[in-house]
Write a protein that binds this ligand. Structure first.
Ligand SMILES: Cc1cc2nc3c(=O)[nH]c(=O)nc-3n(C[C@H](O)[C@H](O)[C@H](O)COP(=O)(O)OP(=O)(O)OC[C@H]3O[C@@H](n4cnc5c(N)ncnc54)[C@H](O)[C@@H]3O)c2cc1C
Length: 398
């Protein structure tokens, strides 16, 4: 078996692995070898990343679509939330992969290898020994973004814990069939929900005739892809969108829990991306957190933390975690409350505060406004019992 030594090994060339590599590539001071390995044979245009435009990051210029308005829909009508300066924004994975791969290809400090799978990792004194299906690699520090085995996690006792599961199609409709409102991102449409589960349709119009339409379910139990596909088909039927072409498909399972972000180090291995708990527990959004994490890690590396020493990394604001855990805990037990909770939040809370909260940039008054906008206060206050939530004390006084 071949043998190789490197300073840094990044496992997984997805959003987190490539974001970290790209941040490191910007640093001329970095005088180390970085190997990035992924088991996939090639990059595919396999997803889109959306976020509110709350801060600049290294990929801000790749934003291809923005929406000025967000909408939630249920059987009683629709709620609009104008985003103001904080437009809802989308990056296509193809643009992201192309950007990073071009930079890494022309930088001799980096080596990107596809089609090679990690089989095992062992922490040794001062290094990590990694066995792939081709060779043994000795790295001083490993960043691991392999997906979490969520089926195992479900049985691990981590609570609260939900799986966000979705199937999405980018469709092109016949010109006279339907006209999408290109200014409005429909974050959640609950109107086709046929049971008490947390399920909704997410629609991102890309042109009057083109949109990404996604069926999403949040539950503790795995949902079949077939059920999600049926949900999507029923929705399109209800909208009377009968003639369309599917231009691309995406799907995913995102574990939602605060448990994964607690201890991200295993010796000299630092978990990054979804594996490192960077999907926000209450929403599953991860893109901005991954950019923040990549910046802090790369600053820490070039800022003098020696290879192998504990690196700084992104940590959620404590209040975000407290509020997310309470929210997830309530929803785990009362999934039927979800649609009203989200709709009331968007109706009662000012959109700027809500966007800052959802994007991990809340100020103290934003927490208060979000907590105050929540319906079912009794349930939330009970669920927060034992937690020292100053915010819940604020709610009690209202
Ligand atoms: C379809 C989809 C849409 C999403 N949309 C949004 C969004 O709009 N906004 C948002 O904030 N978040 C979104 N997310 C959540 C999150 O941002 C993404 O999942 C993001 O890609 C996570 O990055 P990651 O690096 O952790 O995982 P990935 O990007 O999935 O990368 C993990 C990599 O590890 C590789 N790998 C797996 N096993 C091995 C192995 N044994 N050896 C080597 N490599 C291996 C995989 O091939 C993969 O390339 C979405 C997720 C999905 C799936």
């Amino acid at each position: 078996m071949d043998y190789q030594e490197v300073d840094y090994l990044i496992v997984g060339a997805g959003c987190a692995g490539l974001s970290l590599a790209y941040h490191l590539a910007q640093r001329v001071e970095l005088d180390s070898s970085v190997l990035i390995l992924d088991s996939k044979p090639a990059f595919e245009d396999d997803r889109t990343w959306c976020f509110f435009d709350i801060e600049e990051h290294l990929f801000s210029d790749l934003v291809k679509h923005t929406w000025q308005n967000c909408r939630l829909i249920d059987n009683s009508g629709s709620t609009d939330a104008p985003c103001g300066r904080r437009k809802y924004s989308m990056i296509k994975s193809r643009d992201f992969y192309d950007r990073v791969v071009n930079v890494l290809d022309s930088d001799e400090r980096f080596e990107l290898v596809l089609g090679e799978s990690i089989e095992s990792m062992r922490s040794r004194v001062g290094s990590v020994e990694v066995t792939t299906d081709r060779r043994v690699i000795k790295a001083k520090q490993v960043f691991d973004s392999r997906p979490l085995a969520w089926a195992r996690l479900l049985h691990s006792g981590a609570r609260p814990f939900l799986l966000q599961q979705f199937v999405g199609w980018t469709i092109e409709t016949a010109a006279d069939e339907y006209s999408f409102d290109t200014d409005t991102a429909i974050l959640m449409d609950f109107s086709t929900r046929d049971d008490q589960s947390i399920s909704f349709i997410y629609t991102l119009p890309l042109s009057p005739t083109r949109a990404l339409v996604e069926a999403t379910v949040l539950s503790r139990k795995p949902t079949s892809r077939l059920r999600l596909t049926r949900q999507l088909e029923r929705y399109l039927e209800k909208k009377e969108i009968r003639f369309f072409e599917i231009l691309s498909r995406e799907q995913g399972v995102i574990p939602m829990s605060a448990a994964f972000s607690r201890d991200r180090f295993e010796g000299r291995i630092l978990n990054i991306g979804l594996r490192g708990g960077l999907a926000r527990p209450s929403s599953g959004y991860a893109f901005l957190n991954i950019q923040r994490d990549s910046k802090i890690i790369s600053d820490s590396i070039v800022g003098g933390v020696k290879v192998g020493d504990k690196l700084k990394h992104y940590q959620y604001p404590q209040m975000d975690i407290l509020m997310d855990e309470v929210m997830l805990g309530v929803l785990e037990k009362n999934p039927h409350l979800f649609s009203e909770l989200m709709i009331k939040l968007f109706q009662r809370c000012d959109t700027e505060s809500l966007i800052r909260f959802l994007s991990g940039k809340a100020e103290i008054m934003d927490y208060a406004k979000v907590a105050n906008a929540m319906p079912f206060k009794d349930i939330f206050i009970k669920a927060s019992g034992g937690l020292d939530m100053g915010i819940m004390k604020y709610v009690r006084t209202k």
